[in-house]
Design a protein around this ligand. Structure first.
Ligand SMILES: NC(=O)c1ccc[n+]([C@@H]2O[C@H](COP(=O)([O-])OP(=O)(O)OC[C@H]3O[C@@H](n4cnc5c(N)ncnc54)[C@H](O)[C@@H]3O)[C@@H](O)[C@H]2O)c1
Length: 185
């Protein structure tokens, strides 16, 4: 399926590359032109074991691309994953300005139904803020396309991010407990 990843930092790049490796057609967006230029020149801006061959393989296969084109990123996929930074403010709370900016961009350009997934680390109540940001932008266009906001926080660890993504411990432990449950019933 088509997937857009908004924010091609640590989480966005690993997520985008691994989703492409699973066969999806992934558009990685970032507003940092230098970062996108480096990626398009074949450079991996972070060191993460196992990541480089995955990026290269999937770029070569045409399943992974990097761009600063916001309208194209919104048009690319029904599934929009927000993986932008949420740096802690002075009081330690997450700064949501990039998450809300990403949501506004979706609302500004969306032409049909979207599933908007927050992968960034955000506090409870952020889904409502994302929803209102999208609605606000749609109102300016006198539009009211349907959309769904989903929370899917990321728990990968730097240095083991590819491994964490490909073999998620929480998902496999759920599977194990189901197997255990059916084996014991
Ligand atoms: N790095 C980790 O180990 C880790 C682990 C789990 C969760 N997280 C969470 O995931 C989120 C992302 O973290 P990260 O380490 O990948 O951040 P990062 O700073 O490496 O990357 C964020 C990227 O988003 C881009 N960006 C900002 N606003 C944008 C916008 N409106 N549109 C497009 N791109 C935009 C930035 O240019 C940057 O490249 C944060 O909420 C973080 O707390 C990080």
């Amino acid at each position: 399926m088509n997937v857009t990843v908004i924010g091609t930092g640590y989480v966005g790049l690993v997520t985008g590359a691994c989703l492409a490796d699973a066969g999806n057609n992934v558009f990685c967006l970032d507003l940092d032109e230098r970062k996108i230029a480096r990626l398009n020149a074949g450079e991996i801006p972070i060191f993460e074991p196992g990541l480089e061959p995955i990026v290269k393989r999937n770029e070569h296969a045409g399943r992974l691309r990097f761009s600063t084109d916001v309208p194209a990123s919104v048009a690319h996929a029904e599934l929009q994953l927000i993986a932008v930074g949420t740096p802690p403010g002075e009081d330690g709370s997450a700064d949501l300005q990039h998450v809300i900016a990403a949501a506004r961009a979706i609302g500004r350009y969306m032409e049909g139904y979207k599933v908007i997934v927050t992968k960034s680390t955000v506090p409870v109540g952020t889904a409502d803020k994302v929803k209102h940001a999208v609605i606000d932008e749609q109102k300016k266009r006198h539009l009211g396309n349907d959309f769904t906001v989903v929370s899917n926080p990321e728990f990968l660890k730097e240095g083991a991010a590819v491994e964490d993504f490909m073999k998620p411990d929480r998902a496999s432990s759920t599977r194990r407990s189901r197997e255990t449950a059916s084996a014991s019933s």
